[in-house]
Write a protein that binds this ligand. Structure first.
Ligand SMILES: Nc1ncnc2c1ncn2[C@@H]1O[C@H](COP(=O)(O)OP(=O)(O)OP(=O)(O)O)[C@@H](O)[C@H]1O
Length: 310
């Protein structure tokens, strides 16, 4: 979890990438606290892979500066050995087993072969390590990719859309895995186009859209833009209910058969009780009365303007 005493794992300013006249990452400044699980959220084409690739030294920034694991972003060779990554899907040999694929990477990276068994165990492939990679489900392939990213025991792990295309059970497995990877103080940067996929995994959030930064900060400080309301309905008496609540001095808006009452600064529980007793006194029986909170996903959709950039 976040430890404020350590320097940030990533601190970059003005990160920009242009391809020709097209700016795909535009003046993005981000900090990723050491030990955090940071979600990089944005719709398709927002620039997530490009940001990650620049941090990994795979794509050269057009401009921008900063540090990754205390080293200059402009000199990735100094730090990439301490960064593990799964980016744009894992690339393994389909006719070799998962274990044999990892062995290859161990040889190439001169890592300790003793890591293979514990890593297969960590990613839930202990029993399937000797099956051919080509026979793995998408979730298993992603998990093997995560095991590969962990070879060499990196301090920073960058995972680009690890849950993309994976079924709900597979997503749950990957979410648990991400949490476990972060145990013991590692920093994890994980991207997704859906916050809901990462909401319960991340403690820090970076939201980008069309190449620009929309939010960064602790998950629980994501700004609330939209109002919260109490939704009320009364079968066959929608207009009467709405008019009654307006007469009672409430800020009520009719939405089809439902009336939404602004909560504002009021206590939602007391307001709900007041609505209930007002309706009851007027002989109207409520068929729905609930406090509608904005989900984190709603908040992010507001930040990114509800749109895909691709
Ligand atoms: N090598 C390249 N040359 C030109 N344009 C590129 C290149 N790489 C990426 N882009 C463009 O940059 C934009 C951002 O792409 P990027 O892959 O970083 O987005 P993303 O948020 O990861 O999207 P997705 O969720 O679809 O993977 C896209 O419009 C993409 O077409």
């Amino acid at each position: 979890m976040s430890t404020s005493t350590l320097p940030d794992a990533v601190a970059v300013t003005g990160l920009t990438k242009r391809y020709g006249r097209r700016t795909v990452v535009d003046d993005v400044s981000v900090r990723i606290p050491s030990g955090s699980v940071t979600g990089l959220i944005g719709p398709n084409g927002a620039g997530k892979t490009t940001v990650m690739s620049m941090l990994l030294g795979l794509v050269r920034p057009t401009s921008g500066e900063g540090q990754v694991l205390g080293h200059d972003l402009a000199r990735p060779k100094a730090y990439v050995g301490r960064v593990g990554a799964l980016i744009e899907g894992p690339a393994f040999h389909p006719s070799m087993s998962g274990r044999a694929n990892l062995r290859n990477l161990v040889r190439l990276g001169r890592h300790d072969p003793e890591q293979i068994a514990p890593l297969l165990h960590l990613v839930g492939l202990a029993d399937r390590g000797d099956d051919l990679y080509g026979a793995y489900s998408l979730g298993m392939k992603q998990r093997l990719g995560i095991a590969a990213a962990l070879l060499g025991d990196p301090d920073l792990v960058i995972l680009d859309e690890p849950t993309n295309g994976v079924d709900p059970q597979g997503m749950r497995d990957i979410r648990h895995l991400v949490r476990r990877i972060a145990e013991g103080g590692r920093t994890v940067l994980v991207s997704s186009h859906l916050l809901a996929e990462l909401e319960h995994v991340c403690d820090h959030l970076v939201v980008i859209d069309r190449g620009g930064l929309r939010y960064q900060g602790p998950m629980d400080e994501l700004p609330t833009g939209r109002r919260e309301v109490i939704r009320v309905a009364a079968d066959g008496a929608a207009t009467d209910l709405h008019d009654l609540l307006v007469r009672d001095g409430l800020e009520a808006t009719a939405r089809g058969t439902v009336t939404e009452v602004e909560i504002g600064e009021a206590d939602p529980v007391r307001l709900a009780a007041r609505i209930n007793s007002t309706a009851h006194a007027a002989g109207i029986t409520l068929t729905e009365l609930h406090h509608q909170r904005q989900t984190l996903e709603d908040r992010v959709l507001e930040l990114v303007g509800n749109g895909s950039a691709s």
